[in-house]
Design a binder for this molecule. Structure first.
Ligand code: PCA
Length: 187
């Protein structure tokens, strides 16, 4: 009787043990991801602090940026939530910020943004603006360079959302009077 099945599996098992122990040793910079935020996660906006709560993970500002295509950025629903609608060519070039985040922060943000029910994490092409020079553990994109990052766009939307006023730069405290209702303030 041949029992070579288990013999052949042995190198695979050994390799996967070595690989998983190596993975645990990889510096977190290897698992960093770029994310473009355009709404309440931006500097000065109501959820910004969540990106700098170390219990959520790690985030580093890299650069301000502008989408290379127009999108409608609307404020919708009873809680005045900003949503970028995945309808390229409508609305404005949208201003936001690129951050480098670790895996833990990415998981936190996916959860916080209600992926996939409320937002979906999609890839967007951006033009980097003012860079802040060298940052810890990485290099900022050169001004005017084209970079890609993840962003949270609306998973789906109500039929009237595309005809809502749209903004090129989100500000919860803007003239529109549609201040974001924080999670804590919701009934
Ligand atoms: N949070 C994400 C998507 C919209 C929002 O309020 C962001 O700031 O990009």
């Amino acid at each position: 009787m041949r029992r070579c099945g288990s013999v052949h599996r042995l190198p695979v098992i050994v390799a996967s043990i070595i690989f998983s122990s190596l993975q645990r040793r990889l510096p977190s910079s290897v698992l960093m991801t770029h994310i473009f935020v355009y709404g309440t996660l931006k500097k000065g906006q109501p959820n910004y602090y969540r990106m700098f709560d170390s219990t959520n993970g790690k985030a580093e500002f890299l650069a301000s940026a502008l989408t290379t295509q127009k999108y409608p950025l609307v404020i919708a629903g009873e809680h005045n939530i900003p949503f970028l609608l995945n309808i390229p060519g409508r609305g404005h070039l949208v201003h936001g910020e690129i951050y480098k985040v670790d895996e833990q922060m990415l998981k936190f943000l996916d959860d916080f943004e209600g992926v996939p029910a409320m937002y979906q994490r999609t890839v967007v092409k951006l033009e980097a603006k003012e860079a802040v020079g060298q940052v810890e553990g990485g290099v900022t994109p050169a001004p005017e360079s084209i970079v890609e990052a993840f962003m949270y766009s609306a998973t789906s939307y109500q039929p009237d959302w595309p005809s809502l006023p749209c903004y090129e730069r989100y500000d919860s405290y803007g003239d529109h009077g549609l201040q974001y209702v924080t999670r804590e303030a919701r009934q």
